[in-house]
Design a protein around this ligand. Structure first.
Ligand SMILES: O=C(O)CCC(=O)C(=O)O
Ligand SMILES: [Fe+2]
Length: 329
């Protein structure tokens, strides 16, 4: 199929040099906490309870699901359809310098920096900076317009969740409006191709997200796994829900109270999988400083620029990001 990236060639030497793993151990599937956001309605008597549930899930699991999130099924289905169409374009087209008229390297596949099979990702992604959306190609009008609708909704959701999570930390209510202007976040369209080595290669290797929080719309194929209490757990897809996870910057801001949990995606032998992830991020010069009235700061303050530079260096030299441990006091 001419849309498929040459995954097999790219990870051939990694496959040869890696010890043969019979199979990834079977993981248990779990239902993440599901939080009904209808309760956030300002007059609702359950509003405080709902806010507590969000903060509790963020500190216990770092991951939760939300229903009644305000994004219509039509928008969610349309973005899935458009995403499918764009990934099913010829591979040669996708690797063109200015594919969709986005910044260079917006289209990514595999992992050119992988030094071992564990770091390879049998997937492709289009990483879209919010700042790039207005310049997207005219011939992809329908993709652009559905991205705009999705982003309009998901960015509001991200801001509300962030404000709720900020409250118990004593972070001023204007913090996110001030530091996360609309242009600084990212959208990532993911496609996980069927993989003949599904017992040995990941769809997306284990990582934490460089964001305040991430909101994921996944299809019903499944494959997302989280590392909780020393073991990997599979997330059972819920068609009504979006998945929310805490990223590194909220873990740092909250002085380790909210957890940025390692997660990965396993491949599927037969079917392709799609997901859309929205990364709620601050501007480059925002200083992220751990807030706590009672505990000493666990992390040194850093700007997003410093974090990104450190991450890029680690990926170049080690094949993967080290992340927050680099900034421990
Ligand atoms: O595909 C998923 O479910 C998760 C995607 C993800 O973790 C990411 O894009 O950072
Ligand atoms: Fe992620």
């Amino acid at each position: 199929m001419d849309f498929e990236p040459p995954f097999q060639g790219a990870c051939k030497s990694l496959l040869q040099n890696s010890p043969i793993i019979d199979k990834f151990p079977e993981v248990e599937e779990c239902e993440l906490p599901v939080i009904d956001l209808i309760d956030l309605d300002s007059n609702h008597r359950n509003r405080d309870k709902c806010m507590n549930e969000i903060a509790e899930a963020a500190s216990q699991y770092g991951f939760f699901q939300v229903v009644n999130h305000g994004i219509s099924p039509e928008v969610l289905n349309s973005i899935r359809d458009e995403q499918k169409k764009v990934f099913h374009q010829p591979f040669d087209k996708k690797i063109e310098q200015r594919f969709l008229n986005l910044s260079p390297i917006s289209y990514r596949w595999g992992n050119p920096n992988a030094t071992c099979l564990r770091q390879f990702s049998w997937s492709e992604a289009i990483h879209i900076s919010m700042a790039d959306i207005p310049s997207m190609n005219e011939q992809h009008k329908s993709l652009r317009s559905i991205i705009e609708s999705f982003v309009k909704n998901v960015s509001q959701l991200a801001e509300s969740l962030a404000e709720i999570l900020a409250q118990p930390l004593g972070v001023e209510s204007s913090y996110f409006k001030d530091h996360c202007p609309p242009r600084t976040s990212f959208l990532r369209l993911n496609r996980y191709a069927p993989c003949p080595f599904s017992s040995q290669v990941f769809g997306l290797f284990a990582h934490t997200d460089s964001a305040f929080l991430t909101i994921v719309h996944q299809d019903q194929v499944g494959g997302l796994e989280l590392f909780i209490d020393g073991r990997w757990i599979g997330v059972k897809p819920n068609p009504e829900a979006l998945v929310v996870n805490i990223g590194d910057f909220f873990e740092a801001l909250s002085n380790g109270v909210y957890k940025s949990i390692k997660h990965r995606v396993i491949t599927n032998h037969k079917v392709e999988r799609f997901s859309v992830a929205y990364f709620y991020c601050p501007s480059f010069d925002t200083v992220i400083q751990s807030r706590s009235t009672t505990e000493p700061a666990v992390f040194k303050s850093f700007t997003l620029r410093e974090y990104k530079q450190q991450t890029e260096r680690d990926v170049r030299e080690l094949g993967e990001k080290v992340g927050l441990p680099r900034f421990l006091h």
